[in-house]
Each structure stands twice: as structure tokens, then as C-alpha cells.
Ligand binder design. Structure first.
Ligand code: NDP
Ligand code: PYC
Length: 334
């Protein structure tokens, strides 16, 4: 492993993105997301993703300098057209408008359309909880996941992320794929030559497998059987047809075998608890704290607790990157 400070990881990401011609706004926004993933020890959505970003660019499946366009659709609705760029710049353009609308209306939604997506959703959720808002985000991906009871991929890995701001300390955030695990996690197992647990995927014959490559060629499975399957379908509907964008099957068809990052839409919903609750906000938000205390009080941990601990550790000690990955990243500078 190679040990690097967070500044060094960021500098490397920035140099690679510039070297490949990304516009400066994309360079900065993408680098922030990549470093955040690495910093929080979410390797499946950390600096490794840069390889996929550059491959997607070389395949002609993302615009390096797209300028997103903002559309103020309704008092509680904003739409950002990413115009074929990675999602980060579009999110940044829409964020203040979503926050302002949620504060004035109590609830607001943002559709990000025509974006290429490679990132974890908690990065965006935290931007909303930092503004004191309750937040929800979801996006389809490519059709890699079979429905419960079926065997042919139709759903994406379709993450659902939720955030709840807390008065004293980090927010309550969960963010997971509706597949048993993110595809990136299986890809990292494949790179490391490690078997995957049973339950993550089936091979091309529909048989359970512990072989990462076989599961990537076959089909991934939903988490929680029919429950994950229904949630995956919900994500397809909410962040596909509802916002006028692609389903995971349509994204994969658009990909045309290039192996690029998914293309389509993302839906974010933000709720202002103070607008919802008015004068009784303090009393009810305190009851949320009682709930969290009841979870940790019995020895369970909150989602994102590991991540926030990793964040503090990385700020102090830096991060460790596999040597082989480091070599591949340096090769992108040639
Ligand atoms: P996991 O199955 O690891 O689940 C992650 C979530 O569960 C985190 O909030 C995590 O908190 C929490 N968690 C894990 N273990 C526990 C525990 N024992 N107790 C309480 N909470 C726990 O992640 P996935 O593989 O499903 O997804 C990883 C990432 O992949 C997500 O960030 C997602 O956004 C991203 N993704 C992005 C896609 C896209 O299209 N852009 C597609 C699919 C996934 P903690 O982090 O603290 O462990
Ligand atoms: O890991 O499933 C995944 C994923 C898809 C798009 C970004 N991450």
C-alpha cells in the first residue's frame, strides 16, 4: 500500500482530470467527490473511480466540459440539465436553489437530468443536512441486477440515501445500493482476486457464485429478496420515468458495451423540519435524538458512524492506496 495525505490524493486527481481535458469546474467538483470517498474509506467510490471516469471519457460517453443548465420548474421543483457531463457540477448548480425552495416551501425536489454518475450519494446528502434539511436521494445505474424470483438483469444497483441533520454532531445518514452490495465492491474483489460472499450474485447460468468475475458477467442480486427488488423498481420509477430520464436498462443500452459509467437522472428531495414543525420544532427534534440514543444505547451503531470515524482518521494519518492502483493512476498522467 502507498500512504498519501488527502492533499496528495486531491492533487493527483486534479492533475489527471486536467491532463484529460476536463473543464476546471468539473475538475474541482469531481476531485472533491473522489477524495471524499477515499477519505471516508469508501474504496468502492474513492480514487479508484478515476480509472472509470477516464475510460468513460475515452469511450465518448461523457462530456468533459458540459455546462449544466438550471430550470426553475415550480415553487418546489428545480431541474438541472447536466448536458452529458458528470453529475457533480449539475448538483452544485442546483443545490442553492433546492435549499432555498425547501426553506420557503417546506419541501422541494431537484431532478438532475442527462448526467453521467459514478459517485456515492452521501456526499450530496451531507450538503443538504449541513443546510439543516432532511434529505433523500436516489439514482438508477445500469441493468446489472436481477429482480427477486427472476434471473435476468433489469435493475441498476440503484442506491437510496437518506440524511437527518442533528443539532450536536454529524447527521444521521445511510446510503446503500438496493443490490446486495454496490457493483464497485464486487469489482474491487475481482481486482484483488478475492471471492465474494454467496448472495451477492449469480453466474450466467443463474447459479449462486462466489466468483466475482462470474457474478459481474451473470447477474447481481437485490438485498432482502423481494423487498430490495421492490425498492429497486421504485428507484427506477422515481429517478427514471418520473423525471423524464432513463431506466437502468435504457442506460445500459445507451452504453452499447463500452463499460462506461451509467447515464441518466437523479432525484433529490429536501424537507425543512423547522418549516414542517413551526414552534414545536425543538420538542420534536429532541425526540429524534431519543431514538438515536436508543439505538447506540444498546451497542448498535448508527449508519455513517464508521465513515465519520474514518474521516477523522484520514485527516490525521492520510489514506492507504493499493500500489497497483497508484501505478495505474500515475500511468494516466503519461
Ligand atoms: P453497504 O452495504 O456497505 O451499506 C452502506 C450503508 O450502510 C452505509 O450508510 C453504512 O454506514 C451502513 N452500514 C453498514 N454496516 C452497518 C452496520 N453494521 N450498522 C449500521 N449501519 C451500517 O454499501 P453499498 O455497497 O450498498 O453502497 C456503497 C455505496 O455505493 C453507497 O455510498 C452508494 O451511494 C454507492 N452506489 C452508487 C451508485 C450510483 O449509481 N451512483 C450505485 C450503487 C451504489 P458506514 O458507511 O458508516 O459503514
Ligand atoms: O457501484 O454500483 C456501483 C455504482 C454504479 C455507479 C456508481 N457506482
Amino acid at each position: 500500500m502507498i500512504r498519501m495525505t488527502l492533499d496528495e490524493v486531491r492533487e493527483l486527481a486534479v492533475r489527471i482530470l486536467r491532463r484529460h481535458g476536463f473543464g476546471e469546474a468539473h475538475v474541482q467538483a469531481m476531485a472533491d467527490t473522489l477524495v471524499a470517498g477515499e477519505r471516508d474509506e469508501c474504496a468502492s467510490h474513492g480514487i479508484w473511480r478515476l480509472l472509470g471516469c477516464i475510460a468513460t471519457l475515452k469511450a465518448g460517453k461523457v462530456s468533459a466540459d458540459a455546462e449544466p443548465e438550471l430550470h426553475d420548474v415550480a415553487p418546489g421543483l428545480v431541474r438541472v440539465d447536466a448536458r452529458g457531463g458528470f453529475s457533480q457540477c449539475a448538483f452544485r448548480l442546483g443545490l442553492p436553489h433546492l435549499v432555498e425552495k425547501a426553506r420557503s416551501q417546506g419541501i422541494a425536489a431537484m431532478a438532475v437530468n442527462r448526467c453521467v454518475h459514478f459517485s456515492a450519494l452521501w456526499v450530496e446528502i451531507e450538503a443538504l443536512t449541513d443546510a439543516g434539511l432532511v434529505a433523500l436521494a436516489t439514482t438508477p445505474s445500469h441493468a446489472w441486477v436481477a429482480p427477486a424470483g427472476g434471473h435476468k438483469p433489469i435493475f441498476g444497483t440503484n442506491p437510496i440515501a437518506f440524511g437527518w441533520p442533528r443539532p450536536d454532531g454529524p447527521p444521521f445518514v445511510f446510503d446503500f445500493a438496493t443490490s446486495a452490495v454496490a457493483r464497485g465492491e464486487i469489482q474491487l474483489h475481482e481486482r484483488a482476486g478475492k471471492p465474494i460472499p454467496l448472495g451477492w450474485g449469480v453466474d450466467e447460468q443463474g447459479q449462486p457464485t462466489t466468483d466475482a468475475s462470474a457474478a459481474l458477467r451473470g447477474a447481481m442480486l437485490t438485498f432482502g429478496g423481494h423487498k430490495g427488488s421492490a425498492l429497486a423498481a421504485m428507484v427506477e420509477l422515481l429517478a427514471g420515468p418520473l423525471i423524464g430520464d432513463l431506466t437502468s436498462a435504457e442506460s445500459l443500452a445507451y452504453d452499447g458495451g463500452s463499460g462506461s459509467s451509467p447515464y441518466g437522472g437523479e432525484l433529490l428531495v429536501a424537507i425543512d423540519p423547522r418549516r414542517m414543525l413551526g414552534a414545536s420544532a425543538q420538542e420534536h427534534l429532541a425526540r429524534a435524538e431519543t431514538l438515536f440514543e436508543g439505538i447506540v444505547g444498546q451497542g448498535a451503531r448508527l449508519p455513517s458512524q464508521r465513515r465519520f470515524e474514518a474521516r477523522a482518521r484520514s485527516a490525521r494519518d492520510g489514506v492507504a492506496i493499493p500500489e497497483a492502483l497508484h501505478r495505474e493512476l500515475l500511468a494516466l498522467l503519461e
